[in-house]
Design a protein around this ligand. Structure first.
Ligand code: NAD
Length: 424
């Protein structure tokens, strides 16, 4: 049993990730030695990032990079700029990345990084300084063969460009493979920006097929978090005929039972404005959006928004976990009991890491694929993963969340046994 006083154990997200690991391990009868190893990250690095603010003062930010398990390959996982970032939360997200990469069959391990900062309070110049200094501080631990960061909450292609440039300045030549989610002009992949949302939409399509539901203009969709994941998911589902009735950001949401004006809303958000300021639309709170009478709910913002407090009030038939850990373990039990089909995060949002993997491969090969190739390969990988998880759920008579973790652990177990513990 893990020491609950350990700094790793202090966030609800880490406690949830450990429960997820333990529950899946006990169902599949995982070797207790493998379980013991997976409770702990391989490396957890904390660095201090000093920058000079525009007003001339120096401010130091706490930052992390956690590499949970690298049995299958180099670490892979995003960098988050958010005021709630801490070691325990970063370790939990790194563990989820281990499961995600193993689940979809990528030759990559799990990692995550972050800076405890509210990026909205920094100027562009300050953000650039923060990113570059963070890249230097964690530089010895990352690289195309070691650990490959990507964007997450509060970071984007520009952040990755600054990171890649800083790393390349240190090595003396352009190192494309050090990060993914880069702009196309410096070795980014076609389709990467929308890949997580596209994967969410694919998974909803697979779930509808499995449940015998039709995806058409009567399919009502609500999206909590209208950012890099939520926007492309909405676009793809709308293109398939679904009706997007509500979307939200951190300031609140908008609602229209006949369907919101998606194009106008995307333009509003992309111009940097928040939804609470959008004129001539019906407003809805984030809490009410989660409980709307819809067919599909996509929590695509932050973790822990559906808990045992509000799970019983959820009316959606399908929940597609676009964010990492948006439903807590106890909430999933309540939802499963109610007959809600939850597509788990490590499957549902794996489109991003899958196309990140394509970007890394293209960068190493210096040979780039067209968009159709990328989307077809993405569809194939997620289709396989979805059906492997669904088969696993049938085999063990468990929900998709447990099945996804069991499926991932089976792959990891096989690889960890082959590599063994050194020294023996
Ligand atoms: P983003 O920063 O682009 O968008 C996040 C959205 O959520 C924004 O609309 C923001 O306003 C909203 N939000 C933030 N806090 C909120 C709150 N308390 N209540 C309601 N809305 C809130 O981030 P993103 O890249 O879209 O990531 C969203 C989630 O998806 C995160 O959990 C992230 O870890 C996960 N994820 C992202 C990717 C990716 O490729 N971007 C891949 C896998 C998982």
């Amino acid at each position: 049993m893990q020491n609950s006083q350990s700094p790793l154990f202090q966030s609800p997200l880490f406690q949830d990730a450990i429960s997820q690991l333990e529950s899946a391990s006990s169902i599949m009868n995982l070797d207790p030695n493998i379980l013991e190893r997976l409770r702990y990250p391989k490396r957890a690095i904390q660095v201090s990032v000093p920058i000079r603010l525009d007003d001339g003062t120096v401010k130091v930010f706490e930052a992390y990079r956690v590499q949970h398990n690298m049995t299958l390959g180099p670490g892979k996982g995003g960098i988050r700029f958010h005021q709630d970032v801490n070691l325990s939360q970063t370790a939990a997200l790194a563990m989820l990345m281990t499961f995600k990469c193993a689940l979809v069959g990528l030759p990559l391990g799990g990692a995550k990084g972050g800076v405890r900062v509210d990026p909205n309070l920094l100027s562009r110049q300050e953000l650039q300084a923060l990113t570059r200094r963070y890249a230097v501080e964690i530089g010895p631990f990352v690289g195309p063969d070691k650990d490959i960061p990507a964007p997450d909450i509060g970071t984007d292609g520009q952040t990755m460009a600054w990171f890649m440039d800083t790393y390349s300045q240190q090595t003396g030549y352009a190192v494309h493979g050090v990060v993914t989610g880069k702009p196309i002009g410096i070795g980014g992949s076609l389709g990467r920006a929308e890949s997580t949302g596209k994967g969410v939409a694919f998974c909803i399509q697979f779930a509808f097929e499995k449940l015998g539901l039709r995806l058409d203009s009567n399919t009502k969709v609500a999206i909590h978090g209208f950012g890099k994941v939520g926007v492309p998911a909405a676009q793809d589902l709308a293109a398939q005929g679904a009706r997007i009735v509500a979307v939200s950001d951190y300031t609140g949401g908008i609602y229209n039972s006949r369907g919101i004006n998606l194009q106008e809303t995307i333009e509003w958000v992309k111009s940097g404005k928040v939804l609470k300021d959008m004129p001539n639309v019906e407003k809805i709170s984030n809490e009410d959006l989660l409980c709307l009478d819809v067919d599909v709910l996509i929590p695509a913002a932050i973790s822990g928004v559906i808990t045992e407090k509000n799970a019983a009030k959820i009316k959606a038939k399908v929940i597609a976990e676009g964010a990492n850990g948006p439903c807590t373990g106890p909430a999933i039990d309540i939802l499963t009991e109610k007959g809600v089909f939850v597509i788990p995060d490590i499957l549902c949002n794996a489109g991003g890491v899958t196309v990140s993997y394509f970007e890394w491969v293209q960068g190493l090969a210096h040979f780039f694929w067209d968009l159709d190739q990328i989307n077809n390969k993405l569809y194939g990988i997620l289709n396989n993963a979805f059906h492997r998880v669904a088969d696993c759920a049938d085999k063990y008579k468990v929900d998709m969340k447990k099945a996804a973790t069991i499926s991932a652990l089976s792959r990891l177990d096989a690889a960890m046994r082959l590599r063994g513990i050194w020294p023996a």
